[in-house]
Design a protein around this ligand. Structure first.
Ligand code: IDP
Ligand code: MG
Length: 148
């Protein structure tokens, strides 16, 4: 089953959105496979966002991500990478549809509350980076009520 890496950024933690965000993924029917609250350092944040290192906003982005604790999660389910991105909404909250996390809870692109992997390959890479210890192995007893 497909997995994705979801991170509630420091603004989402500070603003008390952790329960709300987890609830949206849970209620959709996805399964939580990994969860931890941690503060990462500069080198780790730079590694996570390595693909964006040439962008003008890179330094500000790294400062933002290391500014407080984040909630790192692994969620599992059919098409969870693509559907997870839809639940999160467009990168710029000004363009995120209402009903999405960023559409409902964010205003500025540099304070957009949440990260989600953009492809199955990047999800694998990010899960390996954030959960080197591995994730939980369990399956929900609700599976037949969620999948046909
Ligand atoms: P994504 O988070 O929707 O995948 P990316 O393009 O991968 O978007 O960018 C990573 C993060 O960098 C964004 O979520 C946002 O916090 C920040 N970011 C992206 N573009 C800008 C920008 O133009 N100004 C400031 N921050 C940006
Ligand atoms: Mg991205």
């Amino acid at each position: 089953m497909e997995q994705t890496f979801i991170m509630i950024k420091p603004d989402g933690v500070q603003r008390g959105l952790v329960g709300e965000i987890i609830g949206r993924f849970e209620k959709k029917g996805f399964s939580l496979k990994g969860l931890k609250l941690l503060t990462v350092g500069q080198a780790f944040a730079e590694k996570h966002y390595a693909d964006l290192s040439s962008k003008p906003f890179f330094n500000g982005l790294v400062e933002y991500i290391i500014s407080g604790p984040v909630v790192a999660m692994v969620w599992e389910g059919k098409n969870v990478v693509t559907t997870g991105r839809k639940i999160i909404g467009a990168t710029n909250p000004a363009e995120s549809a209402p009903g999405t996390i960023r559409g409902d809870f964010a205003i500025d692109i540099g304070r957009n509350v949440i990260h989600g992997s953009d492809a199955v390959e990047s999800a694998k890479k990010e899960i390996g980076l954030w959960f080197p210890e591995g994730v939980a192995n369990w399956s929900s007893s609700l599976h037949p009520w969620i999948y046909e």
